[in-house]
Design a protein around this ligand. Structure first.
Ligand SMILES: [Zn+2]
Length: 364
């Protein structure tokens, strides 16, 4: 097993291209071509986590939060970030972070919280636009099935819970091969008319290389005609936050109490209760103030998140209960998620969950 095999399994689940612009997810230290002795999963990379990894014979740490977030000008051990990097590099420990890319997939950080809360009918709270592209291409009728299959195998044609989606129409293509060409059909210097199928198919932008390779490799023509468009449709499986319904309506106080228990926190900071039964719940692990308006728009009764500032609590407008359960607390299940993603792919490999809590916040 190589470190790059572990990374590939995570990136199939949460493509690195889905991280936000400000983010720095990916391989932070280490050589992806090295053999992997074991993986330690945690929320944060800290010196204690590096020590734990060494003790448990793991040379790869997979975390949610990238330890390097902005540019470093010196690495001399002045800050905890620098000390950690020096230690990790000296001891040959690779650190990989799956951050906002793991937030932005439906079964990611927030999907895991929704699962813990038992939410039903879950969907992305703020689906992302400009993720999808549409490919239009033309293949001779008898080769259309081969081309379609290759595109499907490359990951194109997924819409919601449906795979192999495409639209196909028939028509006549014309071309005249010029000197030096090696046409699949037709003759040099003579216009050829071919009965062709126009294939239209969508794919997320980050699969473009493999989709295009599949097209070029499986299309019989020397010159493949195609168009690519970015489409405005939101992608319902990709975006920030999750919203869903509680299996059974709950009393507000009882629900808050259950949140304290589930997130194992001493304190939940929240806005005034609304004196109605809780049904629709929105969640966003970590700093989620940016989704308050989306949660309101979608009619959430409770919005469970973290890092809410004083003035942001007012944005609930008396129409929703914002419940701040703490940053670490809200994202703690991400460690289980990382372990599950890897064990699903490598059931017998040493994929370990940290035994440490990396929350820097204490409550008095
Ligand atoms: Zn976070």
């Amino acid at each position: 097993m190589k470190i790059k095999d572990i990374i590939a399994a995570i990136e199939i689940f949460a493509a690195p291209e889905l991280q936000e612009e400000y983010d720095n997810a990916g391989l932070i230290t280490g050589d992806k071509a090295s053999d992997c002795t074991g993986v330690l999963c945690a929320l944060d990379a800290t010196l204690e986590i590096v020590t734990e990894a060494i003790e448990r014979k793991c040379n790869l740490i997979v975390v949610h939060h990238p330890i390097i977030f902005k540019g470093l000008k010196k690495i001399n051990g002045n800050t905890y970030v620098e000390r950690l990097l020096i230690e990790a590099i000296k001891k040959d420990i690779a650190i990989y972070a799956a951050h906002t890319n793991l937030d932005n997939v439906v079964l990611g950080v927030n999907g895991k919280i929704a699962e813990k809360l038992g939410l039903q009918n879950v969907k992305i709270l703020a689906p992302k636009q400009k993720i999808l592209r549409r490919l239009i291409t033309y293949a001779p009728n008898e080769k259309a099935e081969d081309v379609r299959k290759a595109l499907f195998n490359a990951g194109a044609g997924h819409i919601g819970k449906y795979a192999e989606c495409s639209f196909n129409s028939k028509g006549t293509g014309t071309f005249k091969a010029q000197k030096g060409a090696d046409p699949f059909i037709g003759e040099i210097g003579k216009q050829h008319q071919e009965q062709e199928t126009k294939i239209e198919i969508v794919y997320p932008f980050y699969l473009e290389t493999q989709v295009m390779n599949a097209l070029i490799d499986n299309h019989p023509y020397e010159e493949v005609a195609y168009d690519i468009f970015t489409i405005e449709n939101a992608h319902n499986g990709i975006g920030a936050g999750i919203i869903g319904d509680l299996n059974e309506e709950a009393d507000e106080n009882a629900f808050l109490k259950s949140l304290k228990q589930l997130f194992n926190t001493a304190v939940v900071r929240h806005t005034a209760l609304l004196n109605k039964r809780v049904k629709k719940v929105a969640v966003c692990g970590g700093a989620g103030a940016f989704l308050i308006s989306s949660a309101l728009q979608q009619g959430a009764h409770f919005y469970i998140t973290a890092d809410i500032k004083y003035h942001e609590f007012f944005d609930a407008e008396g129409k929703m209960v914002i419940a701040d359960v703490g940053h670490y607390e809200s994202e703690q299940f991400t460690v289980d998620l990382l372990v599950e993603i890897l064990l699903k792919k490598f059931p017998t490999f040493a994929v370990l969950k940290t035994g440490l809590t990396t929350n820097p916040v204490r409550y008095f």
